[in-house]
Design a protein around this ligand. Structure first.
Ligand SMILES: Cc1ncc(COP(=O)(O)O)c(C=O)c1O
Length: 461
């Protein structure tokens, strides 16, 4: 019998890098990304609170909480213990014949802490599956209510809802997904986002009377309301800059959907679990989606889990024998549910939502001062979800080239100075919610220095 290959030891960085280059396909990266220094991929080995350490011993403030998800911070033994307890008691219960205690406990807790009367939880393994599930629920809802032609879904350009086919189709980043994504799901269409700094409609708030939300109603009417199943929107979009909508936008969107019998799917995959200074961003506007999606901060990344939670009027359609034909093996995984329960307990006990609001206000205020930089177009944010929008030219708002030297330089300098995030069109900043004042101030210092160095290096402004 062949001998099992020995695992490469953590002390052997070069061998790990070589093996990773050969065998690991890192998501959203070029093949052999580990070999390409310009891609700046670190091999992380440890984390504690807001700090992560790479294999070479460099320490960083985790400026993006991994990928907008390690809300309670790294190294939480309580979550690991809860997972171990559940795994050694019962790791898995099949949804064909059973469920588990933590799945029931977590669903009940989510019904309690989510906005309004959101009440019934469908579990899955992450954000894309949560969106995929919400879209299927919305379409089947209309079918069961006797409106089978309501199939279309409206999203917003610039939004991101996931990598699976339907989620990618409602995402508003189509051009980049063209080679593998098309043809996109039937009936998915898009309007411009409520991004006043770069208004697609060339309007100016408040004189525009929030035209961008009116555009959604126009599209619903143009398409025939009886053919539209849902509108999907993150309360605060974070994938292409941090887009905090004008105050009226979401309440009006709610009214428009109600007027036309269209379901509103609120995507809180990034926004949820304290990220914006409320438990859910919808609360800033007293908004209640008909279906709300969540993932990421639900377990702070300690275990893969996502969910779509529905209001009673949605669930009415599924009373009796009308089941949702949608089985995900890992949905409601007992260990993931145990991780999420321990995670939410920490968020509540340590008042991390309040800390997000307080530290977020401190971060945003200081970042706004960076608007004096020649290459900062706009700073935006709410809670610990902030973005520094970069421009080559303030007047024309010209963006830097995605693969240009300037952005590479800035990403490298941010990391060299000890801040792990990326400089795209936007420097996204979303550290763990347990961050303290000193760490917030250090983030701003690093960004400030990096901007100055980039301006000098490339003679900008
Ligand atoms: C708003 C939103 N929805 C859905 C997703 C997809 O989540 P996942 O990557 O867990 O599949 C993301 C991922 O970043 C997201 O930002």
């Amino acid at each position: 019998m062949a001998k099992a290959p020995e695992l490469i030891n953590v002390s052997n960085e070069a061998a790990l890098r070589d093996a990773g280059e050969e065998h690991l396909w890192i998501h959203a990266s070029a093949h052999r990304a580990l070999a390409d220094e310009a891609q700046g991929k670190r091999i992380l080995v440890e984390g504690d609170g807001c700090i992560v350490k790479d294999i070479e011993g460099h320490e960083f403030i985790d400026g993006l909480s991994g990928l907008w998800l390690v809300n309670v911070g790294h190294g939480r033994k309580e979550i690991a213990d809860a997972m171990a307890r559940q795994a050694t008691t019962l790791a898995y219960a099949s949804s064909i014949s059973s469920t588990s205690v933590p799945a029931i406990q977590l669903a009940t807790l989510l019904a309690e802490i989510t906005p309004g009367d959101l009440n019934t939880v469908f579990f899955c393994s992450g954000g894309s599956e949560a969106v995929e599930s919400a879209l299927k629920i919305a379409r089947q809802y209309h079918y069961l209510k006797g409106e089978p032609k309501r199939l279309k879904v409206i999203g917003r350009r610039g939004s991101y809802h996931g990598a699976t086919h339907a989620a990618m189709s409602v995402s508003g980043l189509r051009a980049g997904n063209e080679p593998h994504g098309s043809p996109f799901m039937y009936g998915t269409m898009h309007v411009g986002p409520p991004h006043c700094y770069r208004c697609e409609y060339n309007h100016t708030y408040p004189g525009c009377d929030v035209y961008c939300v009116h555009a959604i109603e126009q599209l619903i009417e143009h398409e025939n309301p009886k053919s539209v199943a849902a509108v999907i929107a993150e309360p605060i979009s974070a994938s292409n800059g941090v887009v905090v909508p004008p105050q009226e936008y979401l309440p009006r969107l709610r009214e428009i959907c109600d007027r036309h019998g269209v379901l509103l799917i609120t995507d809180e995959v990034i926004n949820g679990f304290g990220r914006t200074g409320k438990m859910f961003a919808s609360e800033h506007w007293d908004l209640v989606g008909d279906i709300m999606t969540m993932a990421k901060g639900l377990s702070s990344g300690y275990a893969p889990i996502g969910a779509a939670i529905c209001r009673p009027h949605v669930m009415e359609a599924f009373e009796g024998p009308n089941r949702l034909s949608h089985l995900l093996t890992f949905g409601g995984h007992a260990v993931s549910c145990a991780a999420a329960l321990a995670n939410i307990e920490i968020i509540q006990r340590e008042k991390l939502v309040d800390n997000s609001a307080i530290m977020g206000a401190r971060l945003l205020k200081q970042l706004e001062e960076l608007e004096s930089h020649a290459i900062v177009g706009e700073v935006s944010g709410l809670g610990l979800l902030c973005g520094v929008e970069l421009v080559k030219d303030k007047e024309t708002k010209e963006k830097f080239k995605g693969d240009g030297e300037e952005l590479k330089f800035m990403t490298q300098r941010l990391q060299d100075k000890g801040l792990l995030t990326r400089a795209g069109n936007v420097i996204s900043l979303a550290p763990p919610l347990c961050i303290n004042k000193e760490q917030v101030d250090r983030i701003v210092e690093i960004v400030d220095e990096t901007l100055t160095e980039a301006e000098q290096e490339f003679d900008l402004g």
